[in-house]
Design a protein. Structure first.
Length: 510
């Protein structure tokens, strides 16, 4: 009788995975629409494919998020600073229409702005996005009317980005399209989607991950380079990719991706760097010079300390903490019993950046939502994290309402806001912890439990290891209480395909 370490799962089912058959929370929630999918249900045989359903759900939730901003649209953004906080409907978009010169036809990065901010403090591709929206905004009418239209135009463009995210996540794991409902129904996404322009970078990153899953490293690199030209965080994903390609020996694919990313970033940034270097560099100098800000644990430390840390000290400490977190993630990647999935490591690195950064704006949660759906497609864990983020979302606005209410002191006091920050940190750390556990105990990973290896891994999916350290050289230490089949991952190009490449053998057979 074979040992548990060498026993393979019975022949894997290649049909679409139905979460209502595997996830108790998904099954309970499905009662609202008729209950879990039955065994004899005919799925995928109508126009209502999973991808189309998920895209429509995403558009519907995005529209609900726009409705939530209605009190601000009707006056909160324009008449009295406190209303946009008490109604929790703040957005940067209408304020920056005039504040960053778009109302006056100024060219981002090239024209100097009046006031304290001399140039637009956003990356180039985001600046292009903002400028295109201003071209469509009418030049006539009152400033309030133009700001309202500018927000609506941006919201429409961001809705397209949201639909792209939903479609890309649904198609990244071929057998698990319904996991994208985690993204489409994420309450934090609906609440934060139109605060700022982050969805542009998130959409490009989601498209890049889809291209990598389809074994198209050059397209992945180009899209990731464009995403980095819109927001800095997508560049962090190159770190996990480097480690995973190192372990699998996939250097050619990584080199192609890196070259594509660098080339695309330079194509977008090069002309502005040459023509308006001071304006182009404002994003980077502003990020370095800004002090401790909302949402970070640095703010909690600063506001509870008699002698707050200087900005330079915080920059150094935050960098050191990020480096330490990345080192620990590298150890996990190289020593885990099975090479972790790309989405898992990408989530951990981006989460580490968010946790150690000196600022956490509410919309930063958008960076993690698609990665979370791919890394840990489990409704209970996802909703626990989302609940913490929603509480933080309302916490920051209620705190700002408190600070802007004067003697009336309406809103959330400082102690309550610190609690909201701690909940945000705890929720993110919780999701990181379960993802790390899945990496150390691969049989607990709901994606691999179905016999898949790394469906978003592209050339990494099912690839044998070429370089491992210590723990990875020994057989996996499976959870003692786990009684299901054990999968021998990565024995061939695709786990479970062919007897010689990890083919099926029923547990207990000889």
């Amino acid at each position: 009788m074979p040992s548990p370490e060498t026993t393979r799962a019975s022949a894997p089912q290649r049909d679409t995975v139905q979460p209502t058959r595997q996830d108790e929370v998904a099954a309970a929630g499905s009662e609202l629409i008729g209950g879990p999918v039955g065994r004899r249900a005919l799925t995928g045989r109508s126009w209502w494919s999973p991808v189309r359903v998920i895209a429509l759900v995403m558009i519907g939730m995005f529209a609900l998020g726009m409705v939530q901003k209605l009190p601000c649209y009707n006056g909160g953004w324009f008449f009295g600073a406190g209303a946009q906080y008490t109604h929790a409907c703040y957005s940067d978009i209408p304020h920056l229409f005039q504040g960053r010169g778009f109302a006056d036809g100024l060219v981002p990065y090239f024209d100097r702005l009046p006031g304290d901010m001399e140039f637009l403090e956003y990356p180039v591709l985001t600046g292009v996005f903002m400028e295109v929206a201003s071209w469509v905004t009418p030049g006539s009418g009152t400033l309030v009317e133009r700001e309202q239209i500018y927000w609506l135009i941006n919201a429409g463009m961001l809705m397209v980005c949201a639909a792209v995210i939903a479609v890309c996540v649904a198609r990244t794991h071929r057998r698990r399209p319904w996991d994208a409902l985690l993204v489409a129904l994420a309450p934090a996404l609906a609440l934060t989607a139109t605060i700022n322009w982050d969805l542009l970078a998130v959409a490009l990153t989601a498209a890049a991950l889809l291209m990598w899953a389809r074994e198209r490293p050059l397209a992945f690199g180009v899209l990731l380079g464009l995403a980095t030209a819109a927001k800095l965080y997508p560049a962090l994903i190159l770190g996990p990719l480097f480690l995973l390609c190192w372990r699998a020996g996939k250097w050619r694919a990584f080199g192609t991706a890196l070259g594509g990313a660098a080339g695309a970033w330079l194509v977008v940034n090069g002309p502005v760097m040459i023509g308006a270097f001071e304006g182009w560099s404002k994003f980077y100098t502003f990020s370095e010079e800004r002090g401790v800000d909302f949402g970070s644990f640095w703010l909690v430390l600063s506001q509870n300390s008699g002698q707050p840390l200087a900005t330079e000290t915080v920059n150094t400490l935050a960098t050191l903490l990020m480096v330490l977190a990345c080192a620990l993630i590298a150890v996990l990647v190289l020593m885990a019993p099975r090479r972790p999935r790309l989405a898992q490591v990408a989530f951990l690195v981006v989460a580490a950046f968010i946790l150690t950064n000196k600022v956490y704006s509410p919309q930063y949660v958008l960076w993690l939502i698609p990665l979370a759906a791919l890394a840990r497609p489990r409704w209970r864990d996802f909703l626990v994290w989302q609940a913490c983020e929603v509480l933080y979302y309302f916490g920051i606005w209620m705190y700002l309402a408190f600070t802007s209410s004067g003697d009336a002191q309406r809103g959330l006091p400082l102690e309550g806001y610190h609690l909201a920050i701690c909940l945000h940190l705890a929720g993110t750390l919780y999701l990181c912890a379960v993802i790390v556990r899945d990496a150390l105990l691969p049989e607990r990973d709901v994606v691999r439990r179905d016999g898949d290896d790394d469906p978003s891994g592209g050339v990494l999916d099912g690839a044998p290891d070429r370089f491992v350290l210590g723990y990875a050289a020994r057989p996996p230490q499976h959870a003692a209480h786990f009684s299901g089949p054990v999968v021998r991952w990565g024995a061939g190009k695709r786990a479970g395909e062919g007897l010689g490449a990890g083919g099926p053998t029923a547990p207990g057979s000889s």
